[in-house]
Write a protein that binds this ligand. Structure first.
Ligand code: UTP
Ligand code: MN
Length: 458
């Protein structure tokens, strides 16, 4: 049998992936049915609204199978006061979900979202404006995205959008939320539009440099946008569609594109569950590394996006605190699995020298030497001269990182904001021994991933 070429392998993979991620005819009909029902209900209702527009990926056939969200926009005259738009939007939303589960959500304006027949439906109020740059709020752009893509994307390209979305999901780089810090669906669609198809897009990405800027209209120039990756929104030139993409995610997308093109595997799209490490393997690694784990749970009843920002800041704060106290943090990583949160810290050493050398001013600087020596308590050794400077050894405040983290948690749960407070209150510190004692279930999976330290597609 002849060996498959790289191209054959890729083609096979695309077909396999597309079979799994393309919604069925029945799925699509069901969506349309629900859309029609809601549209009629809203448009027949009394009120100052105009009509309903179906937006988002399901409206243009670029959504993934199993993603059941319908973004429905209720359109209002642009002369309407914001207050009235908001109250009318909420009233109509509540009317749509009568008898169903719903909640109030917030973007630029408050709106209602709920579940109807398994679909997550959002009823978003929006202004009718001439073009997106005349928008009165950020959501007013969305109907223009929809019109633009419906006009430009071919049927084949829609499948390529699905492939690229799934590829990015597979490598953990999809979504503009604060957890994922990567491309939103609309950005993926624009990439396919720009480069033509999935393959060409990956090939272009694989050649991206330090920074990348993508434009759709050469005449209009934009000067104010900044970022590692800039995708100028073709319907609003002041907006970078890729503004959420972090440096790390940008690099990850490039690396994964290169790796996939070199050696195509289906696991780029659907991650293969890796076998957790054996306990003996973990023990061996713990002899080579020093790992501290803080386990906690994700705060409930808080906006996920806000919590993610706070989690990142908290971990940075702990790392800075460790560094300031002379513990060298060599790695830190956050995992969230369901309701559980895991923060890993790796140090060059959990225990450090009990005394700390303070290197003072030059001896000939009499004034400062005097200051340096006054009010120094608990001197262990010194003063003496080293390299013409005055030197003292004093006790360190912390010689053990666990103790430092414990105190940090105790202190900070008094002052931190609600979400962080709840994370700190529920936190447990696990040293290597505790980790080994509890080495089962989810912890096994998370720890193995951490210790392997590999990209998910590697
Ligand atoms: P969604 O977040 O539902 O994205 O936003 P999507 O395009 O439907 O993609 P998937 O398949 O669900 O992941 C709905 C619309 O809101 C606008 C876009 O017009 C998008 O199509 N939007 C959303 C943005 O412009 N930027 C964003 O970061 C998010
Ligand atoms: Mn959507």
């Amino acid at each position: 049998m002849k060996k498959k070429t790289n191209l054959q392998k890729r083609k096979e993979i695309y077909n396999k992936v597309l079979k799994k991620i393309t919604p069925s005819k029945k799925d699509l009909e069901e969506e349309k049915e629900i859309f029609k029902e809601i549209k009629e209900k809203i448009e027949n209702a009394k009120g100052s609204h105009s009509h309903v527009e179906w937006c988002g990926s399901s409206a243009r056939g670029t959504h993934l199978k199993g993603d059941r969200d319908l973004d429905l926009f209720v359109m209002f005259d642009e002369k309407m006061k914001t207050k009235e738009l908001e109250s009318e939007g909420l009233r109509i939303g509540k009317m749509v979900f009568r008898g169903h589960k719903w909640e109030k959500a917030y973007s630029q304006h408050p709106y209602i979202r709920g579940v109807i027949k398994g679909f997550e439906v959002e009823i978003v109020p929006s202004y009718i404006v001439k073009d997106a740059s005349k928008r009165k709020s950020a959501v007013d752009r969305t109907p223009f995205h929809n019109k633009y893509l419906l006009k430009k994307l071919t049927k084949k390209q829609k499948q390529d959008v699905r492939l690229l979305k799934q590829f990015l999901k597979g490598i953990n780089a999809y979504g503009a939320d604060l957890k994922n810090r990567s491309l939103p669906g609309y950005g993926v669609e624009l990439l396919i539009l720009k480069f033509g198809n999935f393959e060409k897009t990956l090939k272009s990405i694989s050649k991206w440099g330090e920074e990348t800027k993508i434009k759709f209209n050469s005449k209009k120039t934009t000067t104010t946008l900044e970022g590692t990756l800039i995708i100028v929104d073709p319907v609003d030139h002041n907006r970078n569609v890729a503004s959420a993409v972090s440096e790390e995610q940008y690099q990850r997308i490039i690396f994964a594109s290169n790796e996939f093109l070199r050696n195509p595997k289906i696991k780029f799209f659907f991650r293969k569950e890796k076998k957790p490490l054996k306990k003996t393997e973990v023990k061996k690694l713990f002899k080579q590394k020093e790992v501290i784990l803080i386990k906690s749970s994700f705060p409930k009843k808080e906006l996920e996006d806000i919590v993610w920002g706070q989690i990142r800041r908290l971990v940075k704060k702990i790392t800075n605190h460790l560094n300031k106290n002379d513990f060298e943090v060599t790695n830190e990583k956050i995992y969230s699995e369901g309701n559980d949160l895991y923060f890993f810290f790796e140090l060059s050493s959990t225990n450090i020298q009990k005394s700390k050398k303070l290197i003072g001013p030059k001896v000939i600087d009499e004034e400062n030497t005097k200051k340096f020596l006054s009010n120094k308590k608990n001197i262990i050794s010194g003063p003496r001269i080293e390299d013409s400077r005055i030197v003292l050894e004093v006790p360190r405040k912390y010689t053990n990182a666990i103790k430092l983290i414990k105190d940090f948690i105790k202190e900070n749960k008094k002052i931190e904001r609600k979400a962080v407070k709840s994370i700190l209150k529920k936190s447990k510190i696990l040293e290597e021994e505790d980790i080994l004692d509890n080495y089962k279930g989810e912890l096994k999976v998370v720890l193995s991933d951490y210790l392997r330290g590999k990209e998910i597609f590697e």
